[in-house]
Each structure stands twice: as C-alpha cells, then as structure tokens.
Design a binder for this molecule. Structure first.
Ligand code: C2E
Ligand code: C2E
Ligand code: C2E
Length: 89
C-alpha cells in the first residue's frame, strides 16, 4: 500500500464545470450528465467517477489520461490529489 494512503477518487467539481466555456467543458459535461442520469444522482455538488471513465474521456479529448488529468486540474474541475489516482494507469 502507498505511504500516502489509499488511491484517491476522481471527484469532478460540478459547479466549477458549469462555469467553464462550453467548447472546453462540453464533452466532459455531457459525460457527467450521462453518469448522473444513469445513477439518478442529480443533487450533488461533486460526482465521483470511475478510473475507467477517465480513460474514455482521454480518448474523447484526444489526450493521454495524464494530460487530461493535468488539464482538468488547471480548470479547477479535479483536485490535484487526482494525480495519484491516474498514476496506476
Ligand atoms: P452497473 O455497472 O451494473 O452497476 C450496478 C450498480 O452497482 C450501480 O447502480 C451501483 O449501485 C453499484 N456499483 C457498481 N460499481 C460501483 C462502484 O464502483 N461504486 C459504487 N459505490 N457502486 C457501484 P447505479 O449507481 O444505479 O448505476 C446503474 C448503472 O449506471 C451501472 O450499472 C452502470 O451501467 C451505469 N453507471 C453508473 N455510474 C457509472 C459510472 O460512474 N461510470 C460508468 N461507466 N457507468 C456508470
Ligand atoms: P467521500 O467519498 O469522501 O465523499 C464526501 C462527500 O462528497 C459525500 O458525502 C457527498 O456529499 C459528496 N460526493 C462524493 N461523490 C459524490 C457523487 O458521486 N455524487 C454525489 N451526489 N455526491 C458525492 P456523503 O454522501 O455523506 O458520503 C460520505 C462518505 O460516505 C463518503 O466520503 C464515502 O466515504 C462514503 N460513501 C458514500 N457513498 C458511497 C459509495 O457509494 N461508495 C463508497 N465506497 N463509499 C461511499
Ligand atoms: P467506491 O464506491 O468507493 O469504489 C472504489 C472502487 O471499488 C471502484 O473504483 C471499483 O474499482 C471498486 N468497486 C466498488 N464497487 C464495485 C462494484 O459494484 N463492481 C465492481 N466491479 N467494482 C466495484 P472506480 O470504479 O474507479 O470508482 C470510483 C468511484 O466512482 C466509486 O468509489 C464511486 O464513488 C463512483 N462510482 C463508480 N461507479 C459507480 C456506479 O455505478 N454507481 C455509483 N453510485 N457510483 C459509482
């Protein structure tokens, strides 16, 4: 086990996501909305997503999972802790 504790979750900040320009955030916003709909989870300020979903999103954004993670951290949509969640990729 990591000395830093368990692998952190990928937690999307849905309020921050809403503030971003659509040309950047559109695909992620649609993906998150689909997950919310599948779960019936509409009232959260944040949404925990699967590691596997970050891989899919990286394909959508034509980036590596690490590159996309850095971008989402820059946008303020992911916490910097999320870096540790994609290290295992
Ligand atoms: P599923 O993958 O067959 O999962 C069925 C149920 O198992 C989920 O119902 C949830 O109660 C539980 N479950 C599965 N994986 C996890 C997990 O990693 N953590 C937790 N806490 N529970 C888990 P739920 O939430 O109503 O989701 C219904 C269906 O919606 C899921 O069926 C899946 O097809 C889709 N879905 C929901 N959330 C996600 C997601 O974050 N990513 C993806 N790719 N699909 C999702
Ligand atoms: P946590 O995972 O650190 O989540 C803290 C809080 O962030 C949650 O408080 C909830 O308000 C919000 N949150 C995180 N992910 C989501 C999400 O995908 N949707 C929504 N709507 N809110 C989210 P909450 O619900 O009181 O849960 C407290 C703690 O209970 C969680 O801390 C976690 O440790 C545990 N927990 C809750 N639901 C699940 C679950 O489905 N699976 C697992 N393994 N733990 C859960
Ligand atoms: P979590 O619920 O704390 O689950 C942590 C990890 O345990 C998941 O990481 C997954 O590897 C495993 N896990 C938990 N429940 C199941 C399950 O029913 N089936 C399988 N095959 N594996 C399970 P992962 O996939 O990266 O998901 C991260 C977080 O995203 C979950 O933390 C949960 O908060 C959320 N999540 C993922 N899928 C679903 C879902 O279908 N429904 C809901 N409500 N939340 C989900």
């Amino acid at each position: 086990p990591s000395p830093l504790g368990p692998t952190p979750k990928l937690v999307i900040d849905l309020e921050r996501l809403q503030q971003l320009p659509k040309d950047k955030a559109g695909p992620l916003a649609r993906y998150a909305a689909t997950i919310q709909s599948q779960r019936g989870d509409y009232n959260g300020k944040v949404l925990s997503i699967r590691q596997e979903d970050l891989r899919s999103l990286a394909v959508i954004y034509d980036k590596s999972p690490n590159e996309l993670t850095e971008e989402l951290i820059t946008w303020g949509v992911l916490d910097p802790e999320a870096r540790r969640a994609v290290e295992s990729f």
